[in-house]
Design a binder for this molecule. Structure first.
Ligand SMILES: C[S@@+](CC[C@H](N)C(=O)[O-])C[C@H]1O[C@@H](n2cnc3c(N)ncnc32)[C@H](O)[C@@H]1O
Length: 315
C-alpha cells in the first residue's frame, strides 16, 4: 500500500511533468503511430455510446461535477476521465463525437494546468481513490494510462458509486511488453545506473579516472541515451574542478533534478500489466461490473501498445 508521503511525491512529480512541455510529450507517447492508434481506440468507444443522454441513466442534470443527480436521459452523456492529465483521451472522444453531446469531467491528483483545446471540466489535485462526486453522477468512465497508477481496488469501489447503473467504462492500460513501457524502463535503468552508489562515491571522492571508467561503462550499457551522454560530459569536469563540499552539493542537485522523473518511471514500471498478471489485475473491475472485452491495441507490426478493457457497471 502506498503511504501518504509516497503519494505526495508522486503528485509533485506528475505536477512537474505537466508543467514541462518537453516531458509531457514523452509521457503521452510522442510517437505518431501510437497517438493515432489511441485516437482510433477512443473513436471506436465513442461509437458505442448511445446518442445524447445515454441508456444508462434516467432524467436529470448535465455534467458530472458535484451534482446530486443520479440519472441523465436527455442531457449530454456525462463522462468521467480518470487520471486525465491534459485531456488526451477526453479530447479524442469528443473529436470522435464531432465535439457534441458529451459533458466531460477529468480528475487528476497532479496540479495539471487547464487544457486549452479540450472542453473538459478539469478537477486537479483529486486522487482517483477519493472521487468526490454524488452517486450515479456519470454515464461512462474512461481512462488512458491513468487508472492503473491508482490503488485499483479503491478506485474501482469508488467508481461503482459514482457511475450510473449500467454505465460503460473503457480503460487503456499500460501493457508490460509495450514499446512505451520498454522505452521508459530503459530510461529508468539508465537513471538508476547513473545514480548508483559506486558512481556517487567516485564522484564525491573526486576520483576522476574511476568516474570516467564508470561513465564509459554506463554509455556502453545505454547507447544513445541523451542523459547518460550529458552526464559523461559534465560529471568528470565537476569531479576534477570542485572541492568536496561543492561536489556534494552538485551530486545533491543532480539527484533532486532527476527525482521527479525517477518517481514517474518507477510508477509506470510497477503499474504496467503483464499477460500473466492480467486475470488477477482485472479482479477489482469485475467487482465493479461486467468486464465485456479485453483486447490488445497493437502497432502495425503487431507489437503491443496497451490493453483495452471495456465493461459496464452492474445495473
Ligand atoms: C501517464 S499519465 C496519463 C495522462 C492522460 N490520461 C494521458 O493519456 O495523457 C498518468 C496520469 O495519472 C495521474 N495519476 C496517477 N495516479 C493518480 C491517482 N492515484 N489519482 C489521480 N490521478 C493519478 C497522473 O498525475 C498523470 O497525470
Amino acid at each position: 500500500m502506498r503511504t501518504r508521503p509516497e503519494r505526495s511525491r508522486a503528485q509533485d512529480a506528475w505536477t512537474a511533468l505537466w508543467r514541462d512541455p518537453q516531458s509531457r510529450l514523452a509521457c503521452i507517447g510522442g510517437a505518431p503511430e501510437i497517438a493515432a492508434a489511441l485516437r482510433a481506440r477512443w473513436a471506436a468507444f465513442a461509437a458505442t455510446l448511445p446518442p445524447c443522454g445515454g441508456s444508462s441513466g434516467g432524467g436529470g442534470s448535465s455534467g458530472g461535477g458535484n451534482s446530486s443527480s443520479s440519472s441523465n436521459s436527455s442531457g449530454p452523456i456525462r463522462v468521467l476521465d480518470l487520471g486525465c492529465g491534459v485531456g488526451a483521451a477526453s479530447g479524442a472522444l469528443l473529436a470522435a463525437r464531432g465535439g457534441r453531446d458529451l459533458a466531460l469531467t477529468g480528475i487528476d491528483f497532479a496540479d495539471v494546468p487547464a487544457p486549452r483545446d479540450v472542453a473538459l471540466t478539469l478537477i486537479p489535485g483529486t486522487p482517483m481513490e477519493s472521487m468526490p462526486f454524488a452517486p450515479a453522477s456519470f454515464d461512462a468512465a474512461i481512462s488512458q494510462f491513468g487508472f492503473e497508477y491508482s490503488r485499483t481496488h479503491k478506485t474501482a469501489h469508488r467508481l461503482a458509486r459514482v457511475l450510473a447503473p449500467a454505465a460503460r467504462f473503457a480503460f487503456v492500460v499500460h501493457h508490460a511488453q509495450s514499446s512505451v513501457v520498454a522505452t521508459n524502463r530503459a530510461r529508468l535503468n539508465a537513471i538508476l545506473a547513473a545514480l548508483a552508489p559506486a558512481m556517487r562515491d567516485a564522484f564525491l571522492a573526486g576520483q576522476a579516472f574511476a568516474l570516467d571508467a564508470k561513465l564509459q561503462a554506463l554509455r556502453l550499457g545505454h547507447p544513445g541515451d541523451a542523459l547518460v551522454d550529458e552526464l559523461a560530459r559534465i560529471l568528470p569536469l565537476r569531479a576534477r574542478a570542485a572541492d568536496a563540499s561543492a561536489r556534494a552539493a552538485a551530486w545533491h542537485a543532480l539527484e533532486a533534478s532527476l527525482s521527479p522523473e525517477l518517481t514517474i518511471l518507477e510508477a509506470m514500471d510497477s503499474c504496467c500489466v503483464a499477460p500473466a498478471e492480467l486475470e488477477g489485475w482485472l479482479g477489482p473491475l469485475r467487482q465493479l461490473g461486467a468486464v465485456a472485452a479485453v483486447s490488445v491495441l497493437r502497432k502495425a507490426d503487431g507489437a503491443p501498445i496497451a490493453w483495452c478493457i471495456e465493461g459496464r457497471r452492474s445495473a
